[in-house]
Design a protein around this ligand. Structure first.
Ligand code: DX5
Ligand code: ZN
Length: 216
């Protein structure tokens, strides 16, 4: 088992102090910054757009892991690519032709990720697995931080880990939602490479310590 990548989600940060949130993530030793983009359509809340990412880009060298929870992800790709995103993930439930979107992300020189909500089985994305850099398995229903992890979703992580090996393909597996010290261990045991963490990270007084604990 490799050491997992820790990706704190700024959804749980104080939106009036985003620059400090990025500084805290960088200082903590976490590897990525996770950005939850919500449009008030695919999910009820609205968070922020590409300008936030662009303005934060100068504060850290850490990769930006952009998670689009939006109805028309294809409309946002140019702006997030220009803003300095490294990974751009979108939901298979939001588009009719996911390969089209994956191709566009790659044409922009970015890593492409596909995400599935808890109700979507891995079989829904089997055909596109050879073309993605990342699979983002949501372990809560998207829209809000601070929810409890739906641990049944870890069977999907196991399934993806198996398929990756058997089919000889390569992508990172990320888990997102309700990841804390306990569920991080379960996720890593199932084969997750990336652990997204919102409230566990931002509620922790000692952010270096929580990153180490989440790594297991
Ligand atoms: C939920 C978001 C998550 C969320 C995770 O829709 O995609 O990234 O911020 O937050 P926690 O860790 O609090 O569940
Ligand atoms: Zn997310």
């Amino acid at each position: 088992m490799n050491r997992p990548i820790i990706a704190p989600s700024i959804l749980s940060a104080d939106f009036s102090n985003m620059g400090k949130a990025i500084d805290d993530i960088t200082a903590s030793g976490a590897e990525w910054v996770h950005m939850d983009i919500m449009d008030g359509g695919f999910v009820p809340p609205i968070t922020f757009g590409a300008k936030m990412a662009a303005d934060l880009r100068v504060r850290t060298k850490l990769p930006f892991d952009v998670h689009l929870m939006t109805q028309t992800p294809q409309n946002l790709l140019n702006d997030f690519a220009a803003a300095g995103a490294d990974y751009i993930s979108f939901h298979t439930e939001s588009v009719s032709r996911p390969l089209h979107v994956i191709r566009k992300i790659k044409q922009l020189g970015k890593k492409a990720g596909i995400s599935i909500i808890p109700a979507t089985p891995v079989s829904a994305i089997s055909n596109i697995l050879p073309f993605v850099d990342l699979v983002l398995v949501m372990t809560v229903n998207p829209g809000y931080g601070g929810q409890s992890c739906i641990t049944e979703c870890f069977t999907k992580v196991e399934n993806l880990t198996r398929q990756r090996l058997e089919r000889g393909i390569n992508f990172l597996i990320s888990v997102d939602g309700g990841i804390n010290e306990t569920t991080a261990k379960q996720a890593a045991a199932a084969g997750a490479d990336v652990l997204v963490t919102g409230s566990a990270f931002f509620n922790a007084a000692d952010k270096t310590a929580i990153v180490q604990k989440l790594r297991g």
